[in-house]
Design a protein around this ligand. Sequence first.
Ligand code: ZN
Length: 82
Amino acid sequence: MDLQALRVLILRKLQDGRLPHYNITRVWSSQTNGETCTACDLILAKDRLLMEGFSSPPGRGPVQLHVQCFKIWDEERRMMNT
Ligand SMILES: [Zn+2]
């Protein structure tokens, strides 16, 4: 997936609420175990780093994103919130 398509997808998910608008409270990077990226819906390849975190308010599950997807999500989220 090219970067522009990825950005559009993430923006759309922010708009319809599939990705949180607010900051996630705890973020850590860990090794993946074949989970799906919340942003791009692709399987996270095993043994690759991902960003994982819990969003607030609580009640939503953890989000798990590729490092690249996390960066784009964070940029777009900040733009929407300013
Ligand atoms: Zn991704």
